[in-house]
Design a protein around this ligand. Structure first.
Ligand code: SAM
Length: 340
């Protein structure tokens, strides 16, 4: 999925003009007048997406999200020269926030839309590190590569197959919602991220979707409930191989979600084996998998209402009382349920 079409068309017109502050100011003024660039509660701006119901950020604040959902939970302050993969970078709020918390961050920005990168040049994110990101974007438009802030203007599925990637300490995963656009939430894509992470690396996403968390568990991540900035549900932190400090900070996801992932067809993840399917194909294939799973389980299949309320076999419920993290519980419940 992409940002709003009308916004992209208008930005394209300005990309052909000189990059002067007069033109950039005129662009933001027009986008605001057309209600395509929206002021969030912290005063920073976000853009509408193709889906009129979905903005690129939550209304509590585009910058607030970058800071509270991504930069702070990543703990990059404590890492010497953190290597960050900023997926779906958009206007760069998460990259700017990361640099604010650790000026020595090396960031690989991945963004499909050239227009969103350009729009960053027209905005004034009120943190001085925005200048560093703006500088890297300006160089990108001149065909120059900034070594500290590299920009990959392509589908993230292509980027993850590159041979010149780093071992990332932190991956910011900020795609549109999986219900609308599951392309970057598939087991196959997340596996590539896993392989390109440092051993103590962490992936952070605002999404708490059940198939997404299920895919993370299948890839080998240890999942943890993250902060819920501007949303009802918490974000997701996913550790590759948590060290002792990380282990002590891992928080279980809601128990009903653990059961849904382990025991129901809601937990069937998205797949994209050759990394070339579009959203509707991925969604359709998952629906088929869900039906297959229900048929396989036959009358052993619990309703989601029963699973959510915990009206299931005591043997399975007992696993949730063990001193394990959510990923371990999900795997154990799933194994016992399908073996019997
Ligand atoms: C929710 S917004 C992210 C907002 C962004 N982090 C920011 O600070 O402005 C999602 C972004 O992902 C981009 N996108 C969508 N699909 C993509 C893909 N397959 N690969 C790379 N970028 C993608 C969109 O163009 C959009 O800018």
């Amino acid at each position: 999925m992409l940002p709003n079409k009308k916004a992209l068309e208008l930005i394209k017109i300005y990309m052909k003009k000189d990059f002067t502050s007069k033109n950039l100011n005129e662009l933001t003024k027009k986008l605001i007048e057309l209600d395509l660039l929206i002021k969030t509660e912290d005063g920073t701006f976000t853009v509408r997406s193709e889906d009129p119901e979905e903005l690129m950020h939550s209304r509590v604040g585009a910058l607030k999200e970058g800071i509270e959902k991504f930069a702070i939970p990543s703990k990059i302050e404590d890492i010497k020269n953190p290597k960050i993969l900023d997926l779906c970078s958009g206007m760069g709020y998460n990259a700017v926030s990361a640099l604010h918390y650790n000026i020595n961050s090396e960031i690989d920005i991945v963004e499909y839309s050239k227009e969103m990168l350009f729009l960053s040049l027209a905005l004034d994110i009120p943190i001085k590190e925005h200048l560093l990101v703006k500088n890297a974007i300006s160089e990108f438009f001149k065909g120059i590569t900034d070594e500290k802030i590299r920009i990959f203007n392509e589908d993230a599925r292509i980027t993850l197959l590159r041979k010149d990637l780093k071992k990332y300490n932190c991956v910011f995963h900020d795609a549109f919602s999986p219900a609308n656009d599951p392309v970057l939430y598939t087991v196959d894509f997340l596996k590539l991220i896993y392989e390109n992470m440092d051993d103590s690396g962490v992936l952070i996403s605002y999404s708490s979707s059940i198939p997404f968390r299920s895919a993370l568990v299948e890839c080998g991540f240890v999942i943890s409930e993250g902060p819920s900035v501007g949303r009802k549900r918490g974000a997701t932190l996913a550790y590759k191989n948590p060290n002792e400090i990380q282990k002590s900070e891992i928080k279980r996801i809601p128990e009903s979600d653990e059961r849904l992932i382990a025991l129901s067809s809601v937990g069937v993840p998205f797949y994209d084996k050759n990394l070339n399917l579009n959203s509707s194909e991925i969604i359709k294939n998952r629906e088929i998998e869900r039906v297959n799973l229900k048929n396989l389980l036959g009358n052993k299949c619990y309703s989601t209402t029963k699973i959510k309320s915990g009206k299931i076999d005591e043997k399975l419920l007992k696993i949730q009382k063990e001193n394990l993290n959510s990923s371990e519980i999900i795997k154990k419940m799933n194994k016992i349920y399908f073996e019997n």
